[in-house]
Design a binder for this molecule. Structure first.
Ligand SMILES: C[S@@+](CC[C@H](N)C(=O)[O-])C[C@H]1O[C@@H](n2cnc3c(N)ncnc32)[C@H](O)[C@@H]1O
Length: 302
């Protein structure tokens, strides 16, 4: 089945990547192939698109739209891009795009536990073939560790109370499903918080758990510092789409290094009001694009 995810900042990403025939492009978070499909069109007839994803299920969605011999799909984190390129016998690439977070398909999947409107098991791993599901983290982590996760990755103001409630609740029975976690969040919040306002702490706790389970910020930080930089040829472009301030801060900080990157814009690009109207999930997106330095004479940015 084709993916339901609508690619975010698509026009802006294609424009700033400055694509053309013959380029080798990496989509580090290929998802359902929304960005990749359009990129592939613009690098034809002899360009090459390499799509990576940690989620094998998303790769099977992408395989439906990225057919033909000008594309390759790999089950890997973008953090491991240099290894992937070595296996493909590619020295360096011309463009890289990374569209962070999760896709609408993952959010809607009832067996993954990403969304709080589902009722399934609390897994939250992008890659279900490795690592620890969210339910195991909730079963083993101390109240302090859980509180730190909700505070740091979710900026949740009731982080301690929610963590303590989880620890109390799991003494009775383990928290393994979305409704059980929602019940713990609900029980921890003061009565003065109106019922409708409870959606917000749940959003923040779910985001925080997902970031922790997948070590998302670690992958991003390491990739910005080493792997994405190393994999790009001088003069090549890196575009990163982020969805919250923790991610955006890392990208902004990395691109500030003027010995390595030339930033294309002072401020990040945000979705237009029209895009936000059509796709409300795009509202927090920010796109930053930079050129890898030094720009070799044969590889000028334009
Ligand atoms: C927002 S979606 C990408 C959507 C895609 N750009 C599209 O238009 O269809 C993010 C994707 O990144 C994947 N992902 C998250 N962290 C990753 C990582 N470190 N390496 C590779 N893929 C990752 C997720 O599994 C998800 O499929």
């Amino acid at each position: 089945m084709a993916a339901i995810h609508i690619p975010v900042l698509l026009r802006e990403t294609l424009q700033t990547l400055d694509l053309g025939p013959g380029l080798t492009v990496v989509d580090g978070t290929v998802g359902g192939g929304g960005h990749s499909r359009k990129i592939l069109e613009q690098i034809q007839p002899d360009g090459m698109l390499i799509g990576l994803d940690r989620d094998p299920l998303m790769l099977s969605h992408a395989a439906l739209v990225l057919t033909g011999e000008r594309s390759r799909l790999c089950h890997a984190s973008y953090r491991d891009l240099p290894k992937v390129l070595r296996e493909l016998n590619i020295a360096a690439v011309d463009r890289i795009v990374v569209d962070l977070g999760l896709s609408s398909d993952q959010l809607a999947d009832r067996d993954r536990g990403f969304g709080f409107s589902t009722s399934g098991p609390l897994d939250m791993r992008f890659d279900v073939t490795s690592g620890e599901p969210a339910s195991e983290l909730l079963a083993r982590a101390s109240s302090e560790v859980l509180g730190d996760i909700f505070h740091q990755y979710g900026e949740e103001r009731f982080s301690r109370a929610i963590a303590e409630q989880i620890v109390r609740q799991r003494r009775g029975s383990p928290i393994t499903t979305v409704p059980e976690l929602l019940a713990a969040i609900d029980a921890a919040l003061p009565h003065s918080i109106k019922r409708e306002a409870r959606k917000e702490p749940a959003t923040r706790v779910f985001q925080a758990l997902r970031i922790a389970v997948n070590r998302e910020l670690k992958h991003l930080e390491e990739a910005l510092h080493d792997s994405l930089f190393d994999a790009l040829r001088p003069g090549g472009r890196l575009a990163v789409i982020t969805f919250h301030s923790l991610e955006d801060r890392l990208v902004k900080h990395a691109f500030r290094d003027e010995s390595r990157w030339q930033c294309l814009h002072k401020k990040p690009i945000s979705p237009s009001p029209q895009e936000i109207r059509i796709n409300p999930r795009s509202r927090s997106a920010k796109l930053r694009v930079a050129i890898k330095l030094p720009i070799a004479a044969s590889a000028s940015p334009k």
